[in-house]
Ligand binder design. Structure first.
Ligand SMILES: [Zn+2]
Ligand SMILES: [Zn+2]
Length: 199
């Protein structure tokens, strides 16, 4: 599903059979009720074929696989080379997190502070002129904030934009209301966001 070496998720595509996309090609994420071991997310993603499709991704693939922390992969004797690389990735990830360096972060508007986050907290993503709008549900206060970031900020763990755009608006709690508000704000002057430091 996720390949840590290419940084891409694999999904079925009705016209190409299979497609590989980065996290920043996701458009909507929603945790499915019920399944919890592992939790499963339904995602809408922008495919290379020009259409948007739905796909399923597990919580592990979403949050841990990009860090090389995929359970069970390390001990596959058939792919010794890949396993060594994944093991190094996971060692590095564990050391960095242990040292308080977080793979992803965002600026929480209601709390007026940067917060560490994982991709499963992303709800809606939309490409803008030069940046990507990301609606994030804060793991601490559970409110939704929208940040304007680079694609790298989303796709590369530990790549943090020094500054992000923050839309001065507290967004709706329910998924449908959020998507509607997000689209309305995205194409309004509200997206002349304040630039705030993540450091
Ligand atoms: Zn497609
Ligand atoms: Zn918060």
């Amino acid at each position: 599903m996720y390949n840590a070496l290419t940084g891409r998720f694999t999904f079925p595509c009705p016209s190409r059979g299979q497609t590989r996309v980065t996290l920043s090609a996701f458009r909507q994420l929603e945790r499915l009720p019920g399944a919890s071991h592992p939790a499963v997310f339904q995602v809408l993603f922008a495919c290379g074929c020009g259409e948007e499709h739905e796909g399923l991704v597990t919580h592990d693939d979403l949050d841990w696989a990009p860090l090389g922390l995929q359970g069970g992969v390390f001990y596959n004797v058939m792919t010794a080379q890949l396993d060594r690389l994944e093991l190094e990735l996971s060692d590095l990830a564990a050391r960095k997190i242990g040292a308080g360096e977080w793979p992803w972060s965002f600026f929480c508007y209601p709390e007026e502070r940067p917060r560490p986050v994982y991709p499963s907290a992303f709800c809606v993503l939309a490409p803008g002129d030069r940046s990507l709008g990301v609606a994030v549900r804060c793991p601490a206060c559970h409110k939704v904030s929208v940040n304007l970031v680079t694609h790298e900020h989303v796709d590369l763990p530990w790549h943090h934009d020094r500054e992000v755009g923050v839309v001065p608006h507290v967004f709706a709690d329910d998924a449908a209301g959020l998507v509607e508000e997000f689209r309305a704000e995205l194409y309004s002057s509200g997206f002349d966001a304040r630039r705030l430091s993540l450091e």
